[in-house]
Design a protein around this ligand. Structure first.
Ligand code: PHB
Length: 369
């Protein structure tokens, strides 16, 4: 007998009923304007993928300094807020909850995209080694970042708060804080990128201070039950290294568990940024961390329908994200429901460009399958 599907069960997230357990996870697609203003093309992209239960936006930068790449959208100007409204409305048309992922890349930025043309700022003046920056001209080395002053850290915390307020104004139901993949919050968490001697470095409590200050500030605009946090506990992608990731991230999850958040979003160990790699030897099983969190857990990274059903059935996850499958299959929930074949992902147009590789993947109704 066929097992019942759990992917199409409802779930209440932050007081809001979701139509299913399928998540469009955050995916950088670089289709905003050069000023970080969302476009009509983005509206079309999110409209096509509105069948998810939860739509998490691509990373949205909280300030001009927070970006790593051209054409990433922002939530720091009135024009951006106004242009997000139709995009969010399109994503909501089938009843999905729609969250904005708030993003600051810290040392993953580059002087060529910084407003002052100088190297980016980070917890410590330690560059990323072993990885290269994705410049329009090709891959180039990362620079030595400038160390943030405590006053600058306070400014960034406030910018997260402003971006969250702007997210609410734009119609988002909640926000996700990007604390994964070696970006700014993760740079504070990991000791290889945080060698500060003030109250933002050293102990776990100190390294978690920035994240907790951001949550407190964002919670002035949104209830905690509408704030999610994304972590990539086993990844050392972009040189996110720590002497003891198991203690670091289990401490972080236990602390987050006390806050009544919307959800914890865990990236699977075999994901390195946007690609699948061999599972690191010292990886922390996702189920181990998920068990420390009493609220909603989202798991994302390399899953298909079968493995997602397994995660839901064994209680590891409450919701499952499908990034690459959703890029190539805008109507992914419908395909899962009907057992229809999946379209393969094409490499062209993943980052930047226009319609091609972005909004030209067929939906069943259009393709007549
Ligand atoms: C990417 O642009 O490849 C990217 C962005 C954000 C992530 C991971 C990958 O968290």
């Amino acid at each position: 007998m066929e097992r019942p599907s759990r992917l199409f069960d409802s779930l209440v997230l932050g007081g809001q009923p979701l139509p299913n357990r399928i998540v469009l996870p955050p995916l950088t697609r670089s289709r905003a304007t050069n000023d970080g203003i969302p476009t009509q093309l983005m509206e079309e992209y999110y409209r096509q993928r509105a069948g998810a239960g939860l739509v998490i936006s691509e990373g949205v930068v909280i300030a001009p300094q927070a970006t790593a790449y051209a054409r990433v959208p922002g939530l720091y100007s009135a024009e951006q807020v106004a242009a997000w409204r139709p995009v969010v409305a399109a994503a909501k048309r089938h009843g999905a909850a729609v969250y904005a992922q708030l993003w600051h890349v810290g040392r993953q930025s580059h002087s060529t995209v910084q407003p002052d043309g100088l190297p980016p700022k980070a917890p410590s003046a330690i560059p990323i080694t072993g990885y290269q920056y994705r410049a329009p001209s090709g891959r180039i080395p990362y620079e030595v970042p400038r160390e943030l002053t405590t006053a600058e850290i306070t400014d960034i915390v406030q910018a997260y708060g402003t971006a969250a307020r702007n997210a609410v104004r734009a119609g988002f139901d909640g926000v996700e804080l990007h604390a994964a993949n070696g970006y700014l919050i993760d740079q504070f968490l990991n000791d290889a990128s945080n060698q500060r001697t003030d109250h933002y470095g050293g102990s776990y409590e100190n390294r978690m201070r920035f994240l907790l200050e951001v949550i407190t500030e964002v919670a002035r605009s949104l209830p905690a039950e509408r704030i999610g946090v994304r972590l990539s506990p086993s990844s050392d992608w972009m040189d996110a290294r720590d002497t003891d990731k198991r203690t670091l991230y289990s401490t972080a999850v236990r602390t987050l568990n006390e806050l009544g958040l919307a959800y914890l979003h865990l990236v699977e160990p075999e994901i390195a940024g946007s690609t699948t790699v061999a599972r690191p030897e010292d990886s922390i099983p996702t189920a181990e961390l998920a068990a420390l969190f009493d609220g909603v857990v989202i798991v994302t990274g390399g899953h298909d329908q079968t493995s997602a059903e397994r995660l839901l059935a064994d209680g590891t996850a409450d919701l499952v994200g499908f990034g690459r499958l959703f890029i190539a299959n805008p109507d992914l929930p419908q395909r899962f429901r009907t057992g229809a074949a999946l379209e393969p992902l094409r490499p062209a147009g993943i980052y930047g460009g226009g319609h091609e590789g972005y909004t030209d993947y067929p939906s069943l109704a259009i393709s007549g399958l």
